[in-house]
Design a protein around this ligand. Structure first.
Ligand code: NAP
Length: 290
């Protein structure tokens, strides 16, 4: 009888990995405080009353507080004009006690998200949304890059997934996930295929991936026959189906095929917040270095 060739699939515990990294950052901040230094400070700006934004900000501020990082929130009314928001960003750019600035998206329609991204000082742009950091990413320079892609790299490294020489297929080309993860993987010498809604033969491309990143927002689009045996499958997408949150990857179907898969719960989500804290700590270190 032929032996089963099923792969033993590791399902990422993103919360455990996030807590380990946050613990290390917390220890560093305790040392800074014990030496008489000030705590790193993240300023978050929310415009309007979108409940999802309120909840994301709450999670980010709670995570910051737990590691001893200061966070301040500016909550502006829905009708805030673009020039008013840009004036606040200017003040935060000039504030020596603020290390990182994050404006929670989406912003109301009277405000251009690109104008906001351009207004944040490149050295405080800890969410990696502005053109200076996009340029640094493209040019292979150090900088602040989008937090979900940075979290994905941490996951791959933690699980010792080889990146150099690997074929990485990224589904999605947004500025916050698809584009930056494609460039970051390419910087680590992966051969990257970036896919989107007009890509032909998507399933076939995915089947050739050693690393498959799904960042679309289409429930369970990645099925068993899209996955190469032994691949690392990173599920970024989150959609709501019948009141339940669902990922882009059919987790149960790819078990036994993928070597590593990230679940949509306790997957890359906690890593995204962790990398925001990491970027803020980097900004603090750069700003306080003598
Ligand atoms: P987005 O800006 O809407 O981009 C989605 C991408 O998917 C686009 O590039 C689009 O292609 C592509 N796409 C749409 N339908 C497709 C199809 N049928 N086949 C192939 N590609 C298709 O989304 P995003 O901001 O990158 O977020 C993607 C997902 O990740 C969302 O579900 C979001 O909620 C989730 N997310 C999760 C986290 C986390 O921390 N867990 C963080 C960020 C985002 P076109 O460019 O051609 O339109």
């Amino acid at each position: 009888m032929a032996e089963s060739s099923a792969v033993e699939t590791v399902v990422l515990d993103g919360l455990a990995l996030a807590q380990k990294l946050r613990g290390e950052m917390g220890e560093e901040i305790q040392k800074i405080l014990a030496a008489g230094g000030r705590a790193p400070c993240l300023a978050v700006v929310r415009v309007g009353d979108d409940p999802a934004s309120a909840s994301y900000i709450k999670g980010k501020r709670r995570a910051a507080k737990r590691i001893g990082m200061e966070s301040i929130e500016h909550h502006l009314p829905e009708e805030t004009r673009e020039d008013e928001l840009l004036a606040l960003i200017d003040r935060l750019n000039a504030d020596d006690d603020v290390d990182g600035i994050l404006v929670q998206l989406p912003v109301p329609p009277q405000i251009r998200a690109n104008a906001v991204a351009e207004a944040i000082s490149g050295d405080k742009d800890v969410d990696g949304v502005g053109p200076l950091n996009a340029g640094r990413l493209l040019m292979g320079e150090p900088g602040f890059f989008a937090c979900t892609p940075l979290g994905i790299l941490e996951v791959l490294d933690h699980h010792e997934i080889p990146i150099e020489g690997a074929h990485a297929v990224v589904i999605g080309r947004s500025m916050i996930v698809g584009k930056p993860i494609s460039l970051l993987l390419q910087r680590r010498n992966a051969t990257v295929t970036m896919c989107h809604s007009r890509t032909r033969d998507l399933a076939e491309l995915c089947r050739s991936a050693d690393i498959l990143v799904a960042a679309v927002g289409r429930p369970r689009m990645v099925q068993a026959d899209w996955v190469k045996p032994g691949a690392a499958v990173i599920d970024v997408g989150v959609s709501e189906v019948d009141g339940e949150l669902v990922g882009d990857v059919d987790l149960e179907a790819v078990k036994g095929i993928a070597a590593l898969v990230t679940p949509h719960r306790r997957g890359v989500g906690p890593m995204t917040i962790t990398m925001l804290l990491h970027n803020t700590l980097l900004a603090y270190r750069a700003r306080t270095a003598v």
